[in-house]
Ligand binder design. Structure first.
Ligand code: NDP
Ligand code: HSE
Length: 424
C-alpha cells in the first residue's frame, strides 16, 4: 500500500467537498486504488474553515512556501479560485516538482499556456477535470477517448448557476435576483457571480473544452460571449408560447480549419433533451466523425460532484505519469485556423412598435433585403397604441441579422428592439 500526503489550498465549497470525499472514502480508496491519501496541510486565509469542519487546526498552513518546501507533500489541490495569488502559488508548487489539481477555469483559460510548460519542465502534472462541468468527466474523455476521431462539435449547458436561474425563472416563475441568491447559497456561483451571469465562466470552460476537442488553442478572448442578464420573464413567457425553453449554451464547432466558439442564450425546442436539463445540472453534446453523437450529463457544480472530479484527478496524478496537451499550447489560434465570427443561427426577435398600418411589412422588407427569411411572425396589441411583434427567423448569418436590425432600429415607428435571442 502506497501512502501519499497532499495539501489543499482553499477549503471552501469545492476544497471542502474534496476533503469530505477523502474522509468518507479513505478505506474504500485504499482497497480499490491501493493508495492511502492523507491531507497533511490546508492553506486558507485563516483557521475558520478548518474549525467549521472540525479539522485539527495543526493542519493549518499560512504560506505556500512551506507547502513547496515540504518534502512529504507530493501534490496540492488548488481550490481558492481567481487568478492571483493562485497563479503565483501554482507556479511555485510546480517549480518545486509538486503536481497540482485545480478547479480554476478562469486561471486555466487565461494562463494554461504559461503553466503547462512549467509543469512539463519539472516533471509534474497540472490536472483540471474539476474546472469544466463539475462532476462530469468530460476533460478526461476529451483527452483520452477520442484520439481516433475528428471532433466536429462540442456544445451544451456548462454553467450551473445560469441554468439554475433560468430553470427557476421558467418553472417556478422566480425572479432573477431570488434565483441568483439561491444559487449563491447552494455554493454554485463564483465568488463574483458576474462571471456566471455574464457568460465569462462558460467562455473559460468552452475555451478549455474546445481546445481539447479540436486540438488547437481556442483563446477565451475570441469567444463571442453574451450572458443572461437581459433575459426577462416576458422572454421566458414568449419562449413557452412558441414551444421553447431559454438556456445559456456554449457552442464549439470545427469543420476542417473553420472553427466557431460562442456563448449566449438560446431558444431550445421544448422537446430537445437540453430543454429538460434543469437546476445546476449540465449537459454536453459531442459529435465525432466516427463515434457519432454522445451526451455527457450530470451535476455541473456543487461541493461533492466537483470534489469527486478533484479526487479522481488526485488519484490519477499520484500514479506519477503526467500527460500534456497534444497540440501547441501557445494561447493563440494555430496558424491554419480560420475563426468564424459570422456564424449561422435562427433568431427570435421581439419589437415594440407603433400599432400602425405598414409597420410589420416595413420590418419584414428590411429583413428580407438582408437575406433574413422569416419563419413565423406574431403580432400582439400592446399598451398605448403599441404592438408587440415576435419574429422567428430561418437560419441566417449573424452579421446580416445585426445589419438589418441596425436599419430597423432607426425607424420612427419602432419604439424598441426588446430581445434578440438565437434559436437552436
Ligand atoms: P469558495 O469561495 O467556496 O472557496 C474558496 C476558499 O479559498 C475560501 O475558503 C477562500 O477564503 C479561500 N481563499 C480564496 N483566496 C484565498 C487566498 N488568497 N489565500 C488563502 N485562501 C484563499 O470557492 P469555490 O469552492 O466555490 O470555488 C473554488 C474554485 O473552484 C474556483 O476556481 C471555482 O471557479 C471552481 N469551481 C467551483 C465550483 C462550485 O460549484 N462552487 C464547481 C467547479 C469549479 P475566503 O472565503 O475567506 O475568501
Ligand atoms: N460557477 C460555476 C457554475 C461553478 O455555476 O457552473 C462550476 O464550474
Amino acid at each position: 500500500m502506497k501512502s501519499k500526503k497532499i495539501a489543499i489550498m482553499g477549503l471552501g465549497t469545492v476544497g471542502g467537498g474534496a476533503y469530505d470525499i477523502l474522509a468518507a472514502n479513505r478505506e474504500y480508496i485504499k482497497s480499490t486504488q491501493g493508495v492511502d491519501i492523507t491531507v497533511a496541510a490546508i492553506l486558507d486565509r485563516d483557521k475558520a474553515p478548518l474549525e467549521k469542519r472540525g479539522i485539527d487546526s495543526s493542519l493549518f498552513c499560512d504560506s505556500v512556501d512551506k507547502l513547496a518546501a515540504d518534502p512529504d507533500i507530493e501534490l496540492v489541490i488548488e481550490t481558492m479560485g481567481g487568478v492571483e495569488p493562485a497563479k503565483t502559488f501554482i507556479t511555485k508548487l510546480l517549480k518545486a516538482g509538486k503536481s497540482v489539481v485545480t478547479a480554476n477555469k478562469e486561471l486555466l483559460a487565461k494562463h494554461w499556456s504559461e503553466l503547462e510548460p512549467i509543469a512539463k519542465q519539472n516533471g509534474c502534472g497540472l490536472y483540471f477535470e474539476a474546472s469544466c462541468v463539475g462532476g462530469v468527466p468530460i476533460v478526461r474523455a476529451l483527452g483520452e477517448s477520442f484520439q481516433g476521431d475528428k471532433v466536429k462539435s462540442v456544445y451544451g449547458i456548462i454553467n450551473g448557476t445560469t441554468n439554475y436561474i433560468l430553470s427557476k425563472m421558467s418553472s417556478e416563475k422566480l425572479d432573477y435576483g431570488q434565483a441568483l441568491s439561491e444559487a449563491q447559497a447552494l455554493g454554485f456561483a463564483e465568488a463574483d457571480p458576474t462571471s456566471d451571469v455574464e457568460g465569462y465562466d462558460a467562455a473559460y470552460k468552452l475555451s478549455i473544452l474546445a481546445s481539447l476537442a479540436f486540438h488547437t488553442c481556442i483563446p477565451y478572448t475570441d469567444i463571442y460571449r453574451e450572458g443572461i442578464t437581459k433575459i426577462t420573464s416576458q422572454d421566458i413567457y414568449n419562449a413557452h408560447a412558441l414551444g421553447y425553453e431559454i438556456k445559456l449554451l456554449a457552442i464549439g464547432k470545427r469543420d476542417g480549419n473553420d472553427v466557431e466558439a460562442r456563448v449566449h442564450p438560446v431558444f431550445v425546442p421544448s422537446d430537445h433533451a437540453l430543454a429538460s436539463v434543469s437546476g445546476a445540472y449540465n449537459a454536453v453534446y459531442l459529435n465525432g466523425d466516427h463515434v457519432g453523437d454522445l451526451m455527457f450529463y450530470g451535476a455541473g457544480a456543487g461541493a461533492h460532484p466537483t470534489g469527486s472530479a478533484i479526487i479522481s484527478d488526485v488519484i490519477k496524478a499520484l500514479e506519477g505519469k503526467p500527460t500534456y496537451c497534444d497540440f501547441e499550447n501557445s494561447g493563440k489560434f494555430g496558424k491554419d485556423i480560420n475563426f468564424i465570427n459570422d456564424f449561422e443561427s435562427g433568431y427570435y426577435i421581439c419589437f415594440t412598435v407603433d400599432d400602425k398600418t405598414g409597420v410589420l411589412s416595413k420590418i419584414s422588407t428590411v429583413l428580407s433585403d438582408n437575406g433574413v427569411s422569416i419563419k413565423s411572425a406574431i403580432q400582439r396589441t400592446g399598451k398605448a397604441d403599441t404592438a408587440t411583434l415576435l419574429f422567428l427567423t430561418h437560419k441566417a448569418r449573424e452579421h446580416a441579422v445585426m445589419h438589418a436590425l441596425d436599419t430597423i432600429r432607426k425607424f420612427d415607428t419602432v419604439r424598441s428592439i426588446d430581445s434578440i435571442i438565437r434559436v437552436l
